[in-house]
Design a protein around this ligand. Sequence first.
Ligand SMILES: Nc1ncnc2c1ncn2[C@@H]1O[C@H](COP(=O)(O)OP(=O)(O)O)[C@@H](O)[C@H]1O
Ligand code: SF4
Ligand SMILES: [Mg+2]
Length: 327
Amino acid sequence: MLQVRDLAVEFRTRDGVATAVDGVSFGVDAGETLAVLGESGSGKSVTAQAVMGILDTPPGRVTRGEILFGGRDLLKMSAEERRAVRGARMAMIFQDALSALNPVLSVGQQLGEMFQVHRGASRKEARARAVELMERVRIPAARARAGDYPHQFSGGMRQRIMIAMALALEPELIIADEPTTALDVTVQAQVMDLLADLQSEFRMGLILITHDLGVVADTADRIAVMYAGRIVETAPVRDLYRAPAHPYTRGLLDSIPRLDQKGQQLDAVKGLPPSLLNIPQGCSFHPRCPVARPVCHADEPPLYDAGPGRASACHFWEELLDDECDG
Ligand SMILES: Nc1ncnc2c1ncn2[C@@H]1O[C@H](COP(=O)(O)OP(=O)(O)O)[C@@H](O)[C@H]1O
Ligand code: SF4
Ligand SMILES: [Mg+2]
């Protein structure tokens, strides 16, 4: 359904050109969840914004690649066609519902508007559909609360309302960018469960952006791990947890004591990610890599095919996999 090929995005800033996304390729099928995982600044949100067509342009610019959605390249569409796709066929859920929702409209009005504008519903119909949606995202006393404004809801409830907005027109694809990061742990789990249920019910494709490994383990089918604007490993979730094929992924996994523990931050890989204005030569991970060798300083690893559905951008992926299997 969605095929991103060799996507590159640059930001022209006063300090120089930052390559935020550099040759990223991935696909998402109907009913599939792809998790995009990586530290802050690795290019996850910029990738999502490019797919949605909401990149901050300028300073941002797509410099390369294709974004095929239902067989057509979104990058070749007119602004008007792109808006139509964004309105009805793909939707985005952001971290911060309070800034994504309109503060001066009741949530019932905002949800209802989707049906009035896009589906030509009457006010009365729209209101009924809005309440229905609020029920679907399990907001208690939905009918009574449809007249309330976003600030009158708790963080978790607001996040549910944003999910309802995204689902309203039954899109083929939803991109959720750190949808539960601002919530406390119990509420996070509830919102993720809801999103997963609705996704399988609606058979949508879901791109779940997160820096939280706990969220990924329960929800995703596949993972793409990003580092400094590139995908460094991609694999089915189970395979990646069982045996990572990249030292960065291994570092991330080693940092969680238990896979079912939520709320783990990805801060346990020593050192900092590089400045995107000055990405290291060779393997961009080499300054932080515990198993780097001389070749890593000079030769940039391509994304090697590392088995069925797997790829790794490490010269030594085979040794890593052998290691994991022996140990
Ligand atoms: N509006 C912007 N202006 C300049 N640079 C930006 C902008 N948005 C993102 N970037 C650059 O892209 C990098 C990746 O950002 P982002 O995709 O938001 O990271 P994350 O993986 O945390 O979502 C940032 O570190 C920054 O260098
Ligand atoms: S290519 Fe070298 S530096 Fe890069 S991850 Fe592999 S071992 Fe580490
Ligand atoms: Mg982000």
